[in-house]
Design a protein around this ligand. Structure first.
Ligand code: AHR
Length: 495
């Protein structure tokens, strides 16, 4: 049997986990908004047309921040189309997804939805077709108390109190040729800097996210990030990162996607630190990993000029959930730099939650690792000193396991997250030497005979976590048998 060893010591800390690590994303795309969060004719809709079953699931996932309204959508979006009386709002063509946008939901309604979902808005401004002044007006509309054209208009639209949106993205994936009015790094950097100046003049309490490379596969990466930060370093608080993985035929490559994500974060952090040194700045640029997920982008279909078409509705398998767990570990292992992360996306569109128009709701396989890490991955992230067999995949030699740990000092709980990418069981010994007396409270596993099993409306519970008997020993070292190709959450109480 293969063996692995791991030491978790409460003195080997990474940083406190910012709850915003468990953010997500709702874009005006497909059925994310319309027949996703909003379906006025649904039997479960509230007085504003929001689906209460979706709200309940979002609360269960404990998502603290939701990016909105895009994504690619934002680069052609006039935010003013989405305010005021709904019957007077224009119906537009959305160039990003070639869809019809009714504008029935705009920023005011989304803020209302976020309050009901116990979350905050992370707003994105349009730096494609939009101007720095439009961006400033949107901040004024949302955050200025009263007495100006835009703030008074918000009052007339039923929102006297400012929305107080604290986190703003300076456009989206502006390096992408697919982006409406994409720009070169220099042109975007200058435009973002001017927008940032106005936005922070309007409200100095906001934080701004500069648009980093949309993927490490872009030919402009990582120069894009360097050039953009050279223009925006004084005004930006975060540089964004986006990354999606899909199974391209080699399961081991796919399972170990976490290793690629590790490198990506480390390169962007190093690039930001290069600019910091060049500028003799005292500020360390934070990272907002505001799009991450498994996405079968090559299987995407098109439905030109339909209203809220069912596009990007990937169904996730056990295998996808394993990869997803590995990515969550990577985020936790970088909480000293990654202060925001957004699972892209939340409902229907490459999402853990799927709705049937007029019908029920489905929790996909990826729902569970997200919920577990969002619930238990709080407190302080600890370094896991892991000695595991390695694997040779297309990108080189990588560990065959990924781990992350958190310690919640308040509740005296230690949680270890483990992905086993080996196609065989592994004897895993965990040394909790610094915690004194501990009790293993639960061991939750996701595994199964069929890696490609998926939850469906007909069989909604095919891929679900199960509890296995915790080890009764109270020694420092716990020896567990991890099943092959499995995602594990192991919880301990420090007495
Ligand atoms: O999340 C789907 C799309 O992926 C977003 O609109 C875009 O930013 C990214 O390419």
């Amino acid at each position: 049997m293969k063996r692995a060893k791991c030491i978790v010591d409460k003195d080997y800390t990474i940083d406190v986990v910012d709850p915003k690590l468990y953010g997500s994303f709702i874009e005006h795309l497909g059925r994310a908004v319309y027949s996703g969060i909003y379906e006025p004719n649904h039997p479960n809709a509230d007085e504003q047309g929001f689906r209460k079953d979706v709200l309940a699931c979002v609360k269960e996932l404990a998502v603290p921040i939701v990016r909105y309204p895009g994504g690619n959508f934002v680069s052609g979006y006039r935010w003013t189309d989405g305010i005021g009386p709904v019957t007077e709002r224009p119906v537009r063509l959305d160039y990003a997804w070639m869809s019809i946008e009714s504008n029935k939901i705009g920023i005011d309604e989304f803020v209302d939805w976020c309050k009901k979902a116990d979350t905050q808005v992370m707003a994105a401004v349009n730096l494609g077709t939009g101007t720095p002044q439009d961006a400033g007006y949107m901040v004024e509309y949302c955050n200025h108390p009263t007495g100006t054209f835009w703030s008074d208009l918000r009052g007339q639209n039923g929102h006297k109190d400012p929305h107080n949106i604290k986190t703003w993205c300076l456009g989206n994936e502006m390096d992408g040729p697919w982006q409406t009015c994409g720009l070169s790094a220099d042109d975007y950097g200058k435009k973002a800097r001017e927008a940032a100046k106005i936005m922070k003049w309007v409200d100095s309490s906001i934080e701004l996210v500069a648009s980093g490379s949309s993927s490490p596969l872009m030919s402009t990466y990582p120069d894009w990030d360097r050039i953009v930060l050279e223009h925006t370093y004084e005004y930006a608080d975060y540089i964004s990162m986006h990354r999606y993985y899909e199974n391209e035929g080699n399961i081991e490559d796919f399972l170990t996607s976490f290793a690629d994500m590790d490198d990506f974060i480390e390169t962007v952090a190093a690039t930001a630190d290069f600019v910091k040194a060049k500028k003799r700045s005292k500020k360390t640029m934070k990272i907002s990993f505001d799009e991450w997920n498994v996405w079968y982008i090559k299987k995407q279909t098109e439905h030109p000029w339909a209203e809220s078409p069912a596009i990007l509705e990937d169904q996730y398998s056990l295998l996808d959930a394993l990869v997803f767990g590995g990515m969550l570990c990577t985020l936790l292992n970088h909480v000293n730099r990654v202060k925001i992360a957004c699972l892209a996306q939340l409902v229907n569109v490459i999402a853990p939650i799927v709705t049937k128009a007029g019908g029920g709701i489905l929790k996909q396989a990826t729902y569970y690792p997200f919920q577990q890490v969002s619930m238990y991955g709080r407190g302080t992230a600890l370094k896991t000193l892991l000695r595991a067999p390695s694997m040779v995949v297309t990108r080189g030699e990588v560990p065959s396991m990924q781990t992350a740990a958190t310690y919640d000092e308040k509740d005296k709980k230690v949680t270890l997250f483990i992905l086993n990418c080996n196609d065989e069981p592994v004897e895993f010994s965990l040394d909790l030497r610094s915690f004194g007396k501990t009790v293993m409270e639960e061991h939750i596993v996701m595994d199964g005979a069929d890696l490609f099993a998926k939850n469906t409306f007909e069989q909604p519970d095919l891929v679900k976590p199960r509890n296995i008997l915790p080890i009764a020993s109270q020694a420092d070292v716990y020896v567990m048998n991890l099943s092959k190709l499995s995602w594990n959450v192991v919880r301990f109480s420090a007495i």
